[in-house]
Design a binder for this molecule. Structure first.
Ligand SMILES: [Zn+2]
Length: 171
């Protein structure tokens, strides 16, 4: 192995990426929370904690960026402690792991896929809240909403997220 290869393997990368995916089923009579924002709707997302599909995907993207265990491993859905929990708790833990690894969030981009409610009117509020949780300006949070056309998934909310993190200890 030559010197150049050795250096490449040991040097800490200046940037890293992470990807997160999540899905939850809609159920009647529960609160709908997306990106840490409560939305007025007759149905909410069931499953793990408060069912915040977007915060879960962001959490997994952050954890993935530093090759940490995923959200299900750190916060098992089977543990009653996390029933109804605020998903911001998971995101903060993931962010701490990113910071401890010597990185900070540069920007994230996300796609939300759900039949209803329309996200457009709430997008600004969701971006602001996610930016606040991540400690980045709102223009570093991309949010696109799509309807699940042709997927036959009108009872499901899906989130895809990618995150870019950059090294904070560059000398
Ligand atoms: Zn989830």
């Amino acid at each position: 192995m030559n010197r150049e290869n050795t250096n490449r393997q040991t040097a800490k990368p200046a940037i890293r990426i992470g990807h997160g995916f999540d899905s939850h089923e809609f159920h009647d009579g529960i609160q709908l929370k997306i990106g840490g924002v409560v939305l007025a709707h007759h149905r909410g997302l069931g499953g793990h904690s408060d069912g915040d599909v977007l915060l879960h995907a962001i959490t997994d993207a952050l954890l993935g960026a530093v090759a940490a265990p995923d959200i299900g491993a750190l916060f098992p859905p089977s543990d009653p402690k996390w029933k109804g929990a605020d998903s911001a708790v998971f995101l903060r833990e993931a962010l701490q792991r990113v910071e401890h690894a010597g990185y900070a969030v540069a920007n994230i981009d996300s796609s939300l896929i759900l039949a209803a409610p329309k996200i457009g009117p709430h997008a600004g509020k969701i971006r602001d809240r996610v930016a606040e949780l991540l400690g980045v300006p709102a223009d570093c949070v991309g949010l696109k909403a799509k309807t699940p056309e042709g997927l036959n998934l009108d009872n499901t909310a899906i989130a895809h997220v990618v995150v870019l993190i950059e090294r904070t200890d560059r000398t």
